[in-house]
Design a protein around this ligand. Sequence first.
Ligand code: NAD
Length: 290
Amino acid sequence: MKIGFIGLGNMGAPMAANLAAAGHDVAGFDVAGTTAAGTTQVTSAAEAARGADIVITMLPNGAILRSVAADVLSAMTKGATLIDCSTVDVDSARAVAADADALGLLFVDAPVSGGIGGAAAGTLTFMAGGSDQAFQAAEPLFEIMGQKAVHCGDAGAGQAAKICNNMILGVTMIATCEAFALADKLGLDRQKMFDVVSTSSGYSWTMNAYCPAPGVGPQSPSDNDYKPGFASELMVKDLGLSQQAADAVDADTPMGAAALALYKTFVEDEDGLGKDFSAMLPRFEKRSRG
Ligand code: NAD
């Protein structure tokens, strides 16, 4: 297939390289001039899109997606498919979907989970929104770049699934970290805490698979001085998107709001910038009540 890939950053570059390694003809573009192994570098987003069967975007946010889509959609061949893998607000995903539809193009919002490691290994999970036809067009590429793709519903449903998942993730990580910090002060050994909670009703992905306590549980960023992994500032972004969505549909999300406030403080006023989101544990460890 002829593929245009726009946004060759930490995630996009390895994803594009995996598509090229699988034998696809990939034209890549990034404003920063970054490249991906096995792809042909072109000089504009429209050039990457022209004549492509599928165009993939992996960009920082919804505003950038909208501006790139404005250039790309008019350059695409009727019947081709735009897959946006970025994490963006639901409204931007739906707006681009409507513009694509008006031009006779297919669109799938397909944000990912799995991080940079998953992008490099081709083991991402895709959460997709769009018509059955659009999902089917995208599926063979999801299989190369990832290990699982869930068709969540119409356009925007992939972004909805992503921000709901990450709201749970942010809230659960904070709960796990504050519980460890309390356990420390109660004199409970961290390994014992893990042994009990990981097999009791407090278990979670953050405890069992990504334990924020160094030396406890499987290997995780806590064992590597909290180098990301998943950076705290990306958690601020995703929690911000979930609060934006909650505002738009009048959903009551007090825990999501509290998690956003804590991660924002951590990144903006404390030492959280550039640290994995599990570094909330050393933050709580240093603090006292009130
Ligand atoms: P990144 O900043 O490394 O990459 C984004 C790339 O887009 C950059 O290289 C930038 O130069 C390029 N870009 C910006 N504006 C552009 C334009 N107008 N035209 C072409 N290229 C442009 O970010 P990333 O870590 O690769 O993340 C990409 C997306 O994936 C984000 O939406 C992020 O929320 C999401 N995501 C990231 C992770 C992660 O662990 N990094 C995990 C899941 C989802």
